[in-house]
Design a binder for this molecule. Structure first.
Ligand code: AMP
Length: 420
């Protein structure tokens, strides 16, 4: 299989699928350009080899062409970061795009308009009546899937080689993220640097695991993490379950949780996961003490108490010092670490202490040779806030895509290129 370093792009046109789905303010200014920056190494390598690039991306969730979701808003920034004037095509599959792609010279770049202006990108019908019957919906979706083939073929026709560098959408089987790969032979489709790095990091954790392996799962609810927890139970030595989901486990075990966040319909599931961990010999580590608050606010009155003795009128919003010490010791004794989800309401400074202790322990373990992967929106925000992003082994850029990989799913965007 070709890689970015093995492939010589000289004289070739590359269709590069990137994830330029950046946040914009009301003046259409980019408020965070991380995603654009992340794809620059791939684009630069192609251009410096003497190739040319046709860049495809989505932005937001448009239901058709719309100025609000136009990629022209980000053209200037892309040119600036790439260090060359990038051309723009007003439509991703029109005559203009075709002509501009055909005219590209070595070292030149073209940004196509938002791929999701077409329903064919996602392969799902749009504009259906609210009262459409199941048959009508199915038939409209079938028609869109049918026209998706021609759409995909047009995108593929611009280029000699297909590069996927959009990790954020690698879990989607869309025209430009997966289907397009069928139009290129095995020697002419490859992962961009970003996507390859993401795959390497997850595989280092999930497949090429150095033990002990500790996963820290935080966040608000157990319901959104069930599949991940199940899959991790087959892989980890230690599983730290923390954050809001703690209280569902504590309640399931007969503890008093006061007004803490809880999923009452998941108590059986919590008991089942505890039993499963025992059966699989996984060391399940949960908080023993908690920092409680008399309201959900940074300025709330606070106290500490055992995690299963929270008085009514109070709620657990962070781990207590005893738990922070316990978790940190487990983390520091690990050789592979995966962190997804804060252990407290880190958005409130007064309840970010536990998450900071976790982050510190991960940094220390990394210094001592452990491989640490931090992923999933909020834990990434934590390491960024704490200034630790450079001190862990890898910070993932993918939300859903990362979680699906950890769940053990094969991502369509990955399979389309390497076959598995
Ligand atoms: P998730 O999107 O499921 O990863 O959840 C992240 C959110 O969980 C963050 O916004 C945290 O504020 C929240 N969270 C963490 N711990 C708690 C807690 N003890 N009570 C309520 N929310 C929490």
């Amino acid at each position: 299989m070709q890689t970015m370093d093995s492939f010589n792009f000289a004289g070739k046109k590359a269709f590069v699928r990137v994830d330029f789905n950046v946040p914009l303010n009301e003046k259409f200014q980019i408020t965070d350009d991380t995603r654009i920056r992340a794809a620059i190494p791939t684009l630069k390598k192609i251009l410096s080899d003497g190739g040319s690039v046709i860049i495809g991306s989505h932005l937001g969730r448009p239901q058709g062409p719309s100025d609000k979701f136009s990629l022209k808003h980000i053209l200037g920034r892309v040119s600036e970061l790439l260090g060359t004037e990038v051309q723009f095509a007003d439509d991703c599959v029109g005559e203009e795009a075709k002509a501009k792609a055909a005219a590209l010279k070595p070292g030149e770049a073209l940004l196509l308009e938002n791929l999701r202006f077409y329903a064919e990108e996602e392969g799902k019908a749009r504009g259906l009546k609210e009262d459409a019957t199941k048959e009508e919906v199915d038939s409209a979706n079938k028609a869109t899937k049918e026209s998706q083939k021609a759409f995909t073929k047009k995108l593929a026709s611009y280029a000699d080689v297909y590069v996927n560098d959009a990790f954020g959408t690698a879990h989607r089987a869309h025209a430009s993220t997966a289907l397009i790969a069928d139009h290129f032979d095995a020697e002419h489709k490859l992962f961009g640097y970003l996507l390859q790095n993401e795959i390497n990091a997850v595989e280092k954790v999930m497949k090429d695991t150095q033990r002990p392996f500790t996963a820290i799962m935080g966040g608000s609810k157990v319901s959104s993490k069930i599949d991940i927890i199940r899959n991790l139970l087959d892989k980890v030595d230690n599983l730290i379950l923390a954050g809001g989901m703690t209280y569902t486990f504590v309640k399931a075990d007969g503890g008093k949780i006061g007004d803490s966040i809880v999923e009452d319909d998941k108590l059986d599931l919590a008991r089942e996961l505890v039993a499963l961990a025992k059966e699989k010999g996984v060391n399940l580590v949960m908080a023993t003490d908690t920092k409680i608050a008399d309201s959900f606010s940074n300025d709330a009155k606070t106290d500490f108490c055992p995690v299963n003795e929270i008085p009514d009128g109070w709620q657990g919003l962070d781990i207590g010092p005893e738990s922070a010490k316990l978790f940190s010791e487990v983390i520091k004794g690990s050789k592979t670490i995966l962190w997804n989800g804060p252990v407290g309401v880190f958005e409130f400074e007064n309840f970010a202490v536990g998450s900071k202790a976790i982050s510190n322990a991960i940094v220390e373990a990394t210094k001592n040779g452990a491989f640490s992967l931090v992923g999933g929106g909020d834990s990434v925000a934590c390491v960024n806030n704490f200034g630790h992003a450079e001190k862990v082994s890898y910070v993932s850029t993918g939300g859903g895509a990362l979680l699906e990989m950890i769940e053990g799913k094969v991502l369509p965007g990955v399979k389309a290129i390497r076959g598995y």
